[in-house]
Design a protein around this ligand. Structure first.
Ligand code: AMP
Length: 584
């Protein structure tokens, strides 16, 4: 597609979404005929490629089921025809733990195709920003790991940022220098990327990072370091603690003494309130491009505070297993965003989930404890999903994943031509439990959305949350960690303990039937909110990154399981509040 020939991309999108069923069937046929001879598929299909046989015989699997096969490839004990993976890539996941996902050259082609279609949608809405300025995207890499068989494993984002194609376009289209992106010291990398973004502020037309947590981390970093950044710009000398030679050299290319620019930035940053700071620092910004749906929704309020009306654009839905959905209405509010799935990316199946999702008056997803409308749990094809119904996503890809559970729950919101559009609801995994009850990420996200409305009138924004099942005493209870930030106009108001107790009850009221029943029967004790100091969730992020999570792909775990992570949170507690309800 030519740079601004976005119409061709839009036309292709129309064709793909119209012929969805045919494209999906063809894709599955190709995957099966290429891979029928692999050790894995041969077990179930005995060399056959029939779709019905595939659905009947090939089991639905989670990562753990495939791990022995992936390990065989990683250990070099068997050739690539185990699953058909030429090489193996690693990826951060929502659980914070990296996992190896098969990766082949085909992924790169599919991603390029996806990017072109996505770009067409963005050009339609914002014009071709490549022609008018630069992107200040904060990008970070993770070290590559070498498997025992010598395969290189790296996070998908790392692979993309290090790719030669990306490197070639970087200086023209992005403010971040390559050397700063690949610097493994996250602090030096961030400092250098922000410094370059500030120096080139007149050129910046888009700001972003892969996930909303990354953008926010950037702004918090700026809040803590703007004086030093300004002083570097004033003198044209980078701070001594930037010792990474790549960062130092890259910054020195564009860093010249510029007292006028430094004064300007200093004036803007020394305003008491940072509300709308993005608009002031980078006045040409057309949008903030970052994923802000699902677990990232918790960051939108704080981001909007910095944005000053610049739209937050959650452009696509993607995972290490494949780039799958594009947001065709990039200007819709994060809470209204739906993704249209691309039928030529991977072969999809959708398992109806037992909870039926409905939308209440505040547009919040509610899970009702009933079976799916017709009680069916058989996976359905892409074009056969039903509006309003929630599904768990399965993918079959050309890279060795067959009927693989991605772990995401999606709700059908409508169709574009014959292709469904999905709203991201949450991860399917059970997040929390202190007895036999199971509380999912979806349940928790919904309860947080309900409860945080109570602190809003007091002038506070919920900027981070996570949870923990405390069974150190009997009965056990849920602990919710909250980081709160005072809004402009809060005027030093303190948190009212009564309101915080009300928040605890509101969370309990919003949780599912079993939770409330167990509370009534005193099998679970009163829910507790622990308010933590500002910066705690950044410290948590640092911890997970030090344990191997990718900074670019980081998502705060909705439930904490590790002792060390819990210690980080507990050592920063400012106040503890309990639900006043003795029973429900
Ligand atoms: P990773 O395992 O690091 O590849 O991250 C992929 C996961 O990130 C997906 O399975 C989702 O859980 C989450 N994710 C990706 N895109 C979105 C999105 N647009 N909205 C919400 N969550 C997303």
């Amino acid at each position: 597609m030519a740079t601004n020939g976005y119409e061709a991309g839009l036309k292709l999108l129309e064709e793909l979404t119209t012929d969805a069923q045919q494209i999906q069937d063809q894709l599955l046929g190709e995957i099966l005929s290429q891979n029928a001879g692999t050790v894995y598929l041969n077990r179930f299909l005995h060399g056959q490629t029939d779709k019905q046989l595939f659905k009947k015989n090939v089991p639905i699997v989670a990562y753990e089921d495939l791990r022995p096969y992936i390990d065989l490839i990683a250990n070099g004990e068997a050739s690539s025809d185990i699953l058909l993976a030429e090489t193996v890539a690693g990826s951060g996941t929502s659980g914070g733990q990296p996992k190896l996902i098969p990766f082949t050259a085909e992924n790169t082609n599919k991603t390029a195709m996806f990017n072109n279609l996505y770009r067409s949608v963005m050009i339609k809405n914002f014009g071709d920003i490549n022609q008018v300025g630069k992107r200040m995207e904060l990008m970070f890499v993770k070290p590559e790991v070498e498997t025992p068989s010598g395969l290189k494993a790296s996070a998908v984002s790392t692979r993309a940022f290090k790719g030669s194609g990306f490197r070639a376009i970087l200086p023209k289209l992005y403010t971040s220098p390559f050397e700063a992106i690949i610097c493994l010291d996250a602090k030096q990398s961030m400092y250098c990327q922000l410094l370059c973004g500030l120096i080139q502020r007149d050129e910046v037309v888009m700001i972003g990072s892969l996930f909303a947590s990354g953008v926010l981390r950037g702004f918090k970093f700026l809040e803590n370091n703007w004086q030093e950044l300004c002083s570097n710009i004033k003198t044209g000398q980078i701070s001594g603690w930037i010792t990474d030679s790549g960062c130092k050299n890259a910054a020195s290319v564009i860093l010249k003494p510029d007292p006028e620019l430094a004064d300007l930035i200093e004036n803007i940053c020394s305003y008491k309130s940072w509300e709308g700071i993005i608009r002031k620092l980078w006045p040409r910004t057309k949008y903030i491009g970052t994923i802000c749906t699902g677990a990232m929704i918790q960051y939108t309020e704080e981001l909007e505070f910095y944005c000053g009306g610049i739209p937050l654009v959650s452009g696509f839905y993607a995972c290490s297993e494949g780039a799958v959905g594009v947001n065709l209405e990039p200007l819709s509010k994060p809470s209204d965003v739906s993704y249209t799935f691309l039928p030529n990316s991977v072969y999809y199946e959708f398992v109806p989930v037992k909870e039926e999702c409905v939308t209440n008056s505040q547009n919040l997803v509610e899970s009702v404890e009933t079976k799916s409308s017709d009680g069916d749990t058989e996976p359905v094809d892409l074009v056969n999903v039903k509006p309003g119904q929630c599904y768990e996503l399965l993918v079959t890809s050309s890279t060795g994943l067959y009927r693989y559970r991605v772990g995401d729950i999606l709700r059908v919101t409508g169709f574009h031509n014959n292709t469904p559009q999905f709203r991201f609801v949450g991860r399917e995994n059970v997040a929390l439990g202190v007895d036999m009850e199971k509380t999912s990420e979806v349940d928790l996200l919904k309860a947080m959305t309900e409860a945080k409305t109570l602190v809003d009138p007091l002038g506070f924004i919920l900027t981070g949350f996570t949870s923990y099942g405390d069974t150190s005493s009997t009965p056990g209870h849920y602990v919710i960690f909250w980081e709160l930030k005072a809004k402009e106009g809060n005027n030093g108001k303190e948190l009212d303990p009564k309101v915080m107790e009300e928040c605890c009850s509101r969370i309990e009221d919003s949780l599912h039937f079993t939770y409330r029943m167990y509370r009534r029967e005193n099998i679970i004790a009163a829910l507790e909110i622990r308010v933590v100091k500002q910066g705690t969730f950044e410290a948590l992020m640092d911890y997970f990154i030090s344990r191997g999570a990718s900074l670019s792909q980081y998502k705060t775990p909705v439930c904490i399981k590790s002792k060390e992570a819990l210690e980080i949170l507990d050592s920063r507690v400012l106040g503890k509040f309990f639900s006043p309800k003795t029973s429900m």
